[in-house]
Design a protein around this ligand. Sequence first.
Ligand code: CTP
Length: 489
Amino acid sequence: MASITIRNLDDEVKELLRRLAAENNRSMEEQARVMIRAAVDGQIGSGRIDQIENTLRELTSMHSAATAVAAPAGKILPRGTLSGKRILLIIGGGIAAYKALDLIRRLRERGAAVRVVMTAAAQEFVTTLSVGALSADHVFTELFDRNDEHDVGHIRLSREADLLVVAPATADLMAKLANGHANDLASTVLLATDKPVLMAPAMNPKMWSHPATRRNRATLGKDGVTFVGPARGEMAESNEAGEGRMAEPLEIVAAVEALLDAGPKPLAGRRIIVTSGPTHEPIDPVRYIANRSSGKQGHAIAAALARLGADVRLVSGPVSIADPAGVRTIHVERAQEMRDAVEQLLPADAAVFVAAVADWRSENSAGEKIKKVAGEGPPVLRMVENPDILAGVGHHSQRPGLVVGFAAETQDLLRNAQAKLAKKGADLIVANDVSHESGIGPSGVMGGDRNRVRIVSKAGVEEWPEMTKDEVAARLATLIAERLKTIVV
Ligand code: CTP
């Protein structure tokens, strides 16, 4: 019985096959079989490849539905947010390369076709076999390989993508692109492309903070490269913590979606300040007062505003999640630093205060670690009030046209939110209940991924159903865009 050799097909057909296979989560051979069946059934006419593409899409998804029960392995994917998008993923050599495998799955789940280039070092961490199985495509590793029938050349690799993603982006790959080196396939593709590039750096914290890496990061930023992460936290190597951990696959996916999003930009030209995360108030050099805010809601709001075109400045307390892509993020520790950073960012069109700022700090944080002294008992901490950043901006001479606050309450939610509106000079208060069932922990408001809020304004109260923090963020960003339309600056 004859078999099909995909590599013998002409390039245009191969490319179409590859995309349709990725969209339907099939191997290319399986996709070819479905298409041949459709042709035999007389459902595909002749014509230009782009004309028959739509027919093929419809037909092959009909075939999937028809054969879904018979072929449970051929999972049918919904048309995702990245449907039809072509991502060229460059995997650099680092421990975080294992996360690139999940990233491929996540991108494909959303309908993207993912083609992968791996550096030599990356192949020390993950195999081309697993990457190829997940991407359902040949994996590209060599700059010159005349024996490789899949060799499509570096120019074509970058031309046939909508976006290049480098994950993990090692210090070496960053240095190469920042300085224009092209001595392997990955660096050559990066230098040859005119498509947007997204980098997800991952490296040891000392390498990330090295002046050379800082310089390369700044150069790449100026050259138009977008970054997602790195995040702070435990590194894969034992006893290493700090900034340098690769952003999580879903954070990278969100950055990809933001970059490829051609949606409306009602906030273009607007500058918006967002605060997020907790603050840490030192007791001595090793101890501090903190709270359970994860920063997820604030960061999601910053990202959602950026997606609508706003120039977002995010002032973030210490969090372990990555900086949102396309958002300039200023990192602070203490409430007073957060206040100073926010005031320096004025004037702005709007400000959204999501941070869970510590209300109090220790009056005199000790310069040295406080020691236990036998017979003296525990130390007494005298607390003083921190500046109220929202109230300061709400009553500022350069008050933004729209000021939005959050209210985390455990009781009398609406009455407290109404009072905060007036006291803090806000236009809107997003009130959420952090009591009992909705409270704290992985499934609660603080730390979890879902939120149920009410929007309190002078006009009244609007109840929103429970949704994910990303959905709350998107809806709030739309509300802010609508409100700003009526505010003349
Ligand atoms: N906020 C702020 N600066 C502070 C305290 C709070 O900017 N020092 C902001 C928060 O970002 C949030 C809003 O004020 O937008 C409400 O915070 P919340 O902690 O609920 O209110 P408090 O003013 O601290 O009142 P209380 O703790 O008494 O409820």
